[in-house]
Design a binder for this molecule. Structure first.
Ligand code: MG
Length: 163
């Protein structure tokens, strides 16, 4: 299926992402949905981004152990919340002592993108990293819907600018 996004997380232009507190999604962005196998490119990208940004991992997935495992592998902070994306209260869990502008990076507009809109943050929608074994029903519903919404409302934008 074609998506409006061209780049996986590890293909982003890290040079142009500076001075942000990055709220980074896990499933479909760094790992296959529900897996814990990181794409090899993820390590390098995280190291590059960490040079000029703060990185905080957050996942709507309930497997805390897996999430912590990913955070430990990458050497970045993981936070959890009673709330789920795109509920803006998620941001309460994000320590951002330097008050950097927040940038949400994730594969799903309906969670990551809307969270960014609701909290007036920046957003980068990345190409989703999915397993060929992933449920076809899941793909045909949620992902299809997500793509249609992006096509309708954000046909070309990669960044959603803060108002
Ligand atoms: Mg995701």
């Amino acid at each position: 299926m074609r998506t409006p996004d061209h780049k996986y997380f590890w293909e982003l232009d890290a040079e142009n992402i500076r001075g942000r507190c990055i709220l980074l999604d896990i499933d479909g962005t760094l790992v296959f949905a529900s897996g814990s196998h990181l794409h090899p490119g993820v390590y390098d990208m995280v190291i590059k981004l960490r040079e000029h940004n703060e990185i905080v991992l957050f996942s709507n997935g309930l497997n805390k152990e897996r999430n912590l495992d990913v955070a430990n592998k990458l050497g970045v902070l993981y936070v959890s919340s009673y709330w789920r994306k795109p509920i803006p209260f998620v941001m309460r869990a994000v320590p951002n002592p330097r008050k950097l502008p927040i940038l949400v990076i994730g594969n799903l507009f309906l969670t990551d993108g809307l969270l960014a809109i609701f909290t007036r943050s920046y957003y980068i929608r990345v190409k989703r990293f999915i397993s060929p074994n992933e449920s076809i029903i899941w793909r045909l519903t949620l992902y299809w819907l997500d793509d249609q919404i992006v096509r309708l409302f954000y046909p070309r934008s990669f960044f959603l600018r803060r108002k």
